[in-house]
Design a binder for this molecule. Structure first.
Ligand code: AHM
Ligand code: MG
Length: 335
């Protein structure tokens, strides 16, 4: 049997990639792994526990109904960040405002984290894959002072690290610090994330498209044209059209496309002109991972990671996945 590399060992080995690294980012990544193991345990047992499934009874700032597990996962990550000492503040999908942490211990932290604790909320109660998405930035404000809104509102190009955890048929953590992408599967028997997908690359071209096709008549007509002419036809050299696969959990759709090649589209629609997905804690982190793996992430017109954010919960149209598929889809857009 080959030697197993745990996530913790891997993070420590990679610390040497960053000259003058003080170990804080390594500790932060380890903390995220620990919090996500707890969330994974909750997700796995949710149907058996009281008060884990169903609606929380509150609406978040985006006008969406919060699920109990959304809130449980949010609190889990926030507690981990508050007690770790590396993070001076956070912003999350479930909190209307960003949260500067109080006290010297946290205010000496160098980093801020923006995250979606449990993405794919509508899939929680029906036992379909869901995920956590996170984005890490170096703070702009002075160490030792409270975190500011400016710390949160940085373009994706400034991310120090980003990743996701997929609670799927197994639990996996995938992350990048800007030097490639690596994936780790949680071994439930030893309770450790172990390196299972080293140096992940997204195929340049794929045969899977993921979009909520219920929206196809309320978005740019170029998208319908792209799907009909490139995805739903038998193209030269192929024996069948592309496959439509839409889980409705971004992390799961993205992860499948990372491995098999494909495109995920959530466009601007007449109902949601800015699209649905949030720039800071959904689109940017996955854009960083996509680009690091050789893929592409755009709004259909511009690179996601170049956008200067204007609002904490800003939404953007999202085209992400295999480079050639994203480029091809973009060439069809009329708007
Ligand atoms: P959420 O953060 O409230 O779960 O919303 C994000 C999710 C994505 O995971 C998913 O791809 C998309 O919303 C699905 O939206 P729709 O139901 O409109 O197709
Ligand atoms: Mg989400």
């Amino acid at each position: 049997m080959n030697k197993v590399t745990t996530l913790h060992e891997f993070i420590m080995d990679r610390q040497a990639d960053f000259p003058f690294a003080s170990g804080e980012l390594s500790r932060l990544l380890s903390d995220i792994a620990v919090a996500s193991k707890v969330v994974s345990k909750d997700v796995r047992r949710a149907g058996l526990l009281d008060n884990f499934l169903g609606k929380q009874g509150s609406i978040n700032i985006q006008g969406e109904e919060q699920q109990k597990l959304d809130v449980i996962a949010d609190n889990q990550f926030i507690n981990m960040f508050k007690t770790g000492g590396e993070v001076c503040g956070i912003a999350s999908e479930e909190n209307d405002e960003f949260m500067p942490f109080e006290g010297e211990f946290s205010q000496n932290g160098k980093y801020v984290v923006l995250f979606d604790p449990l993405d794919g909320s509508t899939n929680i109660d029906v036992n379909v894959s869901i995920g956590t998405i996170f984005s890490i930035y170096r703070r702009q404000s002075k160490v030792g002072t409270p975190a500011t809104l400016e710390d949160m509102m940085q373009s994706g190009a400034k991310q120090i690290a980003a990743g996701y955890v997929l609670y799927g048929s197994s639990t996996m953590m995938v992350y990048t610090t800007g030097k490639g992408v690596n994936g780790f599967t949680l071994d439930p028997y030893i309770g450790e994330f172990c390196l299972s997908h080293p140096d992940m690359r997204m195929p340049e071209m794929g045969r899977i498209y993921a979009m909520n096709e219920g929206n196809v008549n309320i978005c740019d007509p170029g998208i319908k044209e792209y799907i009909e002419s490139k995805c739903q036809q038998i193209l030269e050299g192929a024996s069948r059209p592309y496959s439509g696969r839409y889980i409705g959990s971004l992390v799961a759709d993205f992860h499948r496309n990372m491995i098999k090649g494909g495109i995920y589209i959530y466009p601007s629609t007449t109902v949601d002109p800015e699209g649905k997905l949030r720039l800071l804690y959904e689109c940017n982190p996955l854009a960083f991972i996509a680009e690091q793996a050789g893929g592409l992430a755009t709004t259909g017109h511009e690179r996601i990671m170049d956008i200067e954010p204007t609002r904490l919960h800003q939404r953007v149209p999202y085209f992400v996945g295999s480079k050639k598929m994203v480029e091809q889809a973009m060439s069809y857009l009329k708007g």
